[in-house]
Design a protein around this ligand. Structure first.
Ligand code: NDP
Length: 262
């Protein structure tokens, strides 16, 4: 897989890949990484979302590249990685942000009885197998470059008793904490850090509007008395992606407004 490669970074800027970069938290991470001077590639599942994000970001084409790709389609992901490499060189920063959280149809029925094996498998595929596969695909080149920054976007639901999310989501996000530690241990000798960010409630398409009953009740549990913002998550991702964060690895950083402070 290793090929002769172009220079993979200019100044502080590196080549970064953000999954699920078309909306919400992922879009803010893409925006922040562009401001940090990185060359940023992102993927998302819907072409119209990719197109809309490119327009929002003003298409700085020499430093921004995106495609409509599902993280569970591993062959397509590999093709995407090859096209990023051909354009800019090896990827030094990976943010596994793409995630799904199915909603419960009947709020009064237990989650377990409403979660089919198919739905369970799909959530684990997107939220956990996708990150595992990307880490495996990108680690060899990061090892060869003796540098890498991997950031997994977990969740409060994977850190504490899940109150809103389902068992598949909670298991996938708890799994990311374990994957983060295991990958961090393997890759630490090679100048590669692997960390997890576990946000609490951040308003996005995934969580819905603030007036929704589920959000009003969520707000009452947040000690700082407000929801988090995607920009606050992006700020931490920016720091973890920087060379200065080289002594932080295997960590999970809770961004929850004080809800479940580990
Ligand atoms: P959004 O639903 O707003 O955005 C999710 C993004 O991921 C979209 O761009 C979507 O693509 C993309 N995506 C979803 N499935 C896939 C897939 N199979 N392949 C590729 N891309 C995919 O979510 P948020 O911004 O709210 O959440 C981002 C991450 O943060 C998730 O991992 C989520 O679990 C986590 N998180 C969010 C919290 C919150 O309160 N918002 C709290 C804790 C964690 P498309 O636009 O094409 O649909």
């Amino acid at each position: 897989m290793l090929q002769s490669r172009k220079v993979s970074h200019q100044g502080d800027g590196r080549v970064a890949l953000v999954t699920g970069g078309a909306r919400g938290i992922g879009l803010e991470i893409v925006r922040r990484f562009l401001a940090d001077g990185h060359q940023v590639a992102f993927l998302a599942t819907r072409a119209e979302h990719v197109e809309r994000a490119l327009n929002i970001l003003d298409r700085p084409e020499e430093r921004l590249y995106a495609e409509r790709i599902d993280v569970t389609r591993h062959n397509e992901v590999e093709g995407f990685l090859e096209r990023i490499r051909a354009r800019w060189g090896e990827i030094a920063v990976l943010v596994n942000n793409a995630g799904i959280s199915p909603k419960r149809v009947d709020q009064d029925a237990p989650w377990l009885s409403q979660t089919s094996l198919d739905e369970w498998t799909r959530v684990i595929d997107v939220n956990l197998n996708g990150p595992f596969s990307l880490i495996r695909l990108l680690a060899p080149a990061m090892i060869a470059e003796a540098y890498g920054r991997i950031i997994n976007i977990g969740s409060l639901a994977g850190r504490a008793m899940p109150i809103i999310a389902g068992p598949h989501y909670a298991a996938s996000k708890a799994g990311l904490v374990g994957l983060t530690r295991a990958a961090a241990r393997d890759l630490a000798p090679h100048g590669i850090t692997v960390n997890c960010i576990a946000p609490g409630r951040v308003l996005s398409d995934l969580t819905g509007p603030p007036e929704a009953a589920v959000n009003r009740s969520a707000l009452s549990r947040i000690p700082v008395g407000r929801f988090g913002t995607a920009q606050e998550v992006a700020h931490v991702a920016s720091f973890l992606a920087s060379p200065m964060a080289g002594f932080i690895t295997g960590a999970t950083i809770d961004i929850t407004g004080g809800e479940f402070a580990a």
